[in-house]
Design a protein around this ligand. Structure first.
Ligand code: HGY
Ligand code: MN
Ligand code: MN
Length: 423
């Protein structure tokens, strides 16, 4: 059973993985043409699984499997994301969306009568790489987003409002009105490829996530003095690239000093108006900072900012450090996690517990509902690269485990209120 489900999932992931905004590699930014095609493909899968579907005002595909009975019912959310980083693998985010659809299909095949609705979600902006805000899809469900967000612009100057219209949606959605009522939500379950080497090293197909790391992302601008490469003596330069390079090393040094669980990454660096015969006067780079808890993240941030400020002073350049995204460390809900663990163990598998260094929509949804995550082993721990791979057999086991966990939750009292999970 699980092998067939895994092979079906692999076929769906192959189909989804071909929808890209770039030839020859998988790149699916939020609200781009490929995201639109992927959203429609996923919407069709959700509909075929028996869900009532829509693409909501910020591009999230929503599929509600209504249970017969009273109108206003509590909902269990199952989701992940279908946007990708550039040159991505076919599993990050997409695996969780496909597994959710197949688990709902499996429950229907079993004739499961659930006391709550199941809502499938395919978010479109988890990576948060296009606009200076991240996870707009999941954030809109948990936070009353300001209408001004519609005016933020991507690096091509396209506003969120314009991108929504290009995607085929209204350009003026009431962002604040998208928020879910936490009282309606039983919880949120997300299945995700581990994106790390731990499960593979343990020989475990699946794992239960204990917590999701705190994360902060910044845009740093270094302003020095441009000039002619041939005429300005080295001792008279305020070279923004040399200063930025020293800052990158200072960031590494500060992060290492803050502790082995702190992760600092400069993934993007751009020289404004670069020319081989001109001294760089303006450099912008990104900084992605992670730590297992908020306090350590705060300490690491202070150390890193102090380090780059010292370089700026020594090199007489100016810096601007603009926060772009912040996600608190998130502890997964014990009751929902226990339901996932029991369903994994029910398959005769070990259910190791492990933290997530990667961020997920679950971190955002945790603002409105208890969350839990099921990790699927990935080869060599590689992710955010085309070599990313999860075996169909493991994915099939995840489908069964998720279906079993949903069925088990149906039989248990609501993990939050203790009442029956009926709305
Ligand atoms: O950056 C992350 O951890 C996630 O892939 N957005
Ligand atoms: Mn992801
Ligand atoms: Mn990712």
């Amino acid at each position: 059973m699980s092998v067939e489900l895994g092979l079906r999932a692999e076929g769906m992931l192959d189909e989804l993985g071909r929808l890209s905004d770039k030839d020859g590699l998988l790149s699916r930014p939020y609200l781009g043409p490929a995201h639109r095609r992927a959203a429609e493909l996923v919407q069709g899968w959700m509909r075929a699984a028996g869900a009532e579907t829509t693409i909501n005002p910020v591009g999230t595909v929503v599929g509600v499997v209504h249970q017969s009975g009273s109108a206003r019912r509590r909902r269990l959310l199952i989701g992940s994301h279908i946007d990708t980083v550039p040159d991505a693998g076919r599993y990050d985010g997409m695996l969780g969306v496909v597994v959710g659809v197949l688990a709902v299909e499996e429950l229907r095949r079993r004739g499961a009568a659930l006391p709550f609705d199941v809502e499938l979600l395919a978010f479109g902006d988890e990576e948060g790489l296009r606009f200076p805000e991240a996870s707009i899809g999941s954030l809109s469900l948990t936070t009353a987003l300001p209408q001004e967000l519609l005016d933020v612009r991507d690096e091509d100057g396209i506003s969120l409002r314009e991108a929504l219209v290009a995607f085929g949606l209204p350009g003026d959605p009431p962002l604040g009105g998208l928020r879910y009522d936490p009282a309606d939500l039983i919880g949120y379950l997300e299945v995700h490829v581990e994106q790390g080497p731990v499960l593979e090293a343990m020989g475990a197909a699946l794992g239960i996530v204990t917590s999701i790391a705190a994360a902060a992302r910044f845009r740093i601008t270094v302003t020095g003095a441009g000039g002619h490469a041939g005429t300005v003596p080295a001792t008279m330069r305020r070279d923004a690239l040399v200063a930025a390079s020293q800052m990158v090393l200072a960031i590494e040094e500060a992060a290492l000093a803050a502790g082995p669980d702190v992760r600092a990454t400069v993934g993007e660096l751009v020289i404004a108006n670069a020319a081989a015969n001109a001294i760089p006067g303006l450099v912008r780079f990104s900084l992605d900072l992670r730590a297992p808890d908020d306090e350590l993240l705060a300490r690491a941030r202070a150390a890193v900012v102090a380090g780059i400020a010292a370089v700026a002073t020594a090199r007489s350049v100016d810096i601007a450090v603009e926060p772009e995204y912040e996600g608190s460390a998130t502890v997964c809900d014990p009751a929902l996690s226990a339901a996932l663990a029991r369903s994994v163990e029910g398959l005769g598998l070990s259910a190791p517990r492990l933290p997530s260094g990667a961020g997920h929509d679950a971190q955002t949804v945790a603002g409105a509902a208890p969350v839990a995550m099921l990790f699927v082993r990935c080869r060599d721990g590689v992710s955010h690269r085309p070599e990313e791979y999860a075996a169909p057999a493991d994915i099939g086991l995840a489908v069964i485990a998720l279906a079993d966990a949903i069925g088990a939750l149906a039989a248990e009292p609501d993990p939050r209120s203790g009442a029956a999970a009926v709305g």
